[in-house]
Write a protein that binds this ligand. Structure first.
Ligand code: HEM
Length: 425
């Protein structure tokens, strides 16, 4: 029985039906699906209620960068299997249309309920969960531009190069790189999963999933409205991150500017992902003082060593009994902008936990590090080179995967598609 039949048979009040629509996660689409019921104003009220917590899809920048970090991640990398540029273009068009619906909390394609003999396009697992502040962020990997493939050889932005090898890298190739990426973030893990599920079905025949990474518990704050979360090492993470409200810092360190080029990347950014396993056996056996000296901050308060409160300034010159208060190899000293030519990055990573590592019997959990920056060459690469060489954290972590993607700008209004500029002559 569909909702309309149910009302006719049972006489359930319109208010109940409408909250049922909200429960069904029909969001703005509920207006259309329940179109025959009249009572426009209450329909609107319920529809906006159901949409509470949605992040606008259209804008100068793609969502999922400056928008406040949600609690859950489902990240996916795809390889393009077609060598026809038109097929890639059509895929990006379809992904854009689907993303506009899904981020609004609407099903992928209406009607939600097809005929019994049809294969449902909407897979259904997010029905009832609402928009959950879903954001979808699309990107292009360096391999997409390999010469001879798709005719994009000459279009690769110079900043989009495979990352150099860093000391201690220990990658699983099957979890690294990729032609395309989609970062799905939401307040509900099933909403994030659903988005990747639907987008991978749409990709059938043009691209295949290469790897995927679920994540939970944001490990940074990207807005001044958010409190600082803790990572799986128990430390507050994200204290000195760039916040969306710091518009000068966003311009200088996150968004690609006119002068940087290429023109189709202006307003975009570069995403670098690293799957970093925490070696808990070693970390959990380290004294509290030792742990604090690794990070350079107080574990409970999050204050820089030698200070009292989380947001007290980091004093890298502070000395006590002839020793540096923040040790020479502490993570926050080496990552500090003063030791990195003034450069900063926007961190937006998530914790992950994926059972037990079969050979060692250790927990396979850690940080799925994600950073956005305007220039990997000036920002992530020198920073990671410095950290890989001497960060005290290296005794407690292992980088098991790596990827870089160019994230094109957002779409200001319906009509075009994400990444369209790549095809402009
Ligand atoms: C498992 C790996 C890592 C853990 C557990 C970790 C943890 C932390 C913590 C607790 C802080 C201090 C609080 C804050 O300001 O956010 C911090 C700061 C920072 N981390 Fe990491 N981090 C990791 C990997 C990385 C990597 C790979 C990079 C970049 C290549 C990085 C870059 C930074 C930066 C830029 C800061 C802020 C420094 C400042 O401005 O003072 N971190 N990290």
């Amino acid at each position: 029985m569909d909702e309309q039949e149910q009302v006719e048979r049972t006489g359930v009040t319109r208010r109940r039906v409408l909250s049922g629509a909200a429960l069904f996660g029909l969001g703005a689409g509920a207006d259309r699906l329940l179109g025959g019921f009249g009572g426009g104003s209450s329909l609107k009220a319920v529809s906006s209620e159901a949409n509470e917590g949605s992040v606008p899809f259209y804008g100068a920048h793609q969502g999922g960068i400056a928008t406040p970090a949600q609690e859950y991640l489902h990240f996916a990398a795809f390889d393009v299997t077609s060598d026809v540029p038109e097929a890639l273009r059509a895929l990006l068009q379809q992904w854009t249309a689907a993303a506009a619906s899904l981020t609004a909390g609407e099903p992928y394609q209406s009607p939600v309920k097809p005929e019994l003999g049809q294969v449902p396009l909407e897979t259904g697992e997010a029905i009832g969960l609402g928009p959950s502040r879903l954001t979808l962020t699309f990107g292009f990997g360096p391999s997409l531009f390999s010469s001879g493939r798709l005719g994009l050889g000459g279009r690769r932005p110079p900043e989009l190069a495979p990352l150099p090898a860093f000391q201690g890298d220990n990658f699983e190739a099957a979890r690294s790189e990729g032609d395309l990426c989609v970062q799905a973030c939401a307040e509900d893990p099933q909403v994030a999963f659903h988005a990747i599920h639907v987008l991978s079905r749409i990709a059938n025949g043009t691209a295949v999933l290469r790897w995927a990474q679920p994540g939970f518990g944001r490990t940074s704050s990207t807005s001044t409205e958010q409190t600082t979360p803790r990572n799986l090492m128990g430390f507050k993470d994200g204290t000195d991150n760039i916040r969306a409200e710091q518009t000068d810092a966003m311009r200088d360190y996150v968004w690609v500017q006119d002068a940087d080029g290429p023109p189709w990347m202006v307003g975009g950014s570069y995403l670098i992902a690293r799957r970093i396993r925490i070696i808990f056996d070693v970390w959990d056996a380290t004294t509290l003082e030792g742990q604090q000296r690794v990070i350079g901050r107080d574990k409970l308060a999050g204050a820089p060593l030698g200070e009292r409160n989380e947001y007290d300034p980091v004093d890298l010159n502070a000395m006590s009994n002839g020793e540096q208060v923040i040790p020479a190899n502490a993570h926050i000293r080496l990552a500090n902008p003063t030791n990195n030519d003034g450069q900063r990055i926007l961190r937006r990573g998530y914790s992950y936990s994926e059972g037990v590592e079969p050979e060692s019997g250790e927990i396979d959990a850690g940080l799925f590090f994600i950073a956005f920056q305007r220039s990997p060459k000036r920002q992530f690469i020198p920073l990671q080179r410095r950290l890989a060489a001497s960060d005290a954290l290296n005794h407690h972590t292992l980088h098991t995967s790596s990827a870089i993607f160019a994230i094109p700008p957002g779409l200001n209004s319906p009509g075009g598609f994400i990444g369209e500029g790549l095809f402009a002559s």
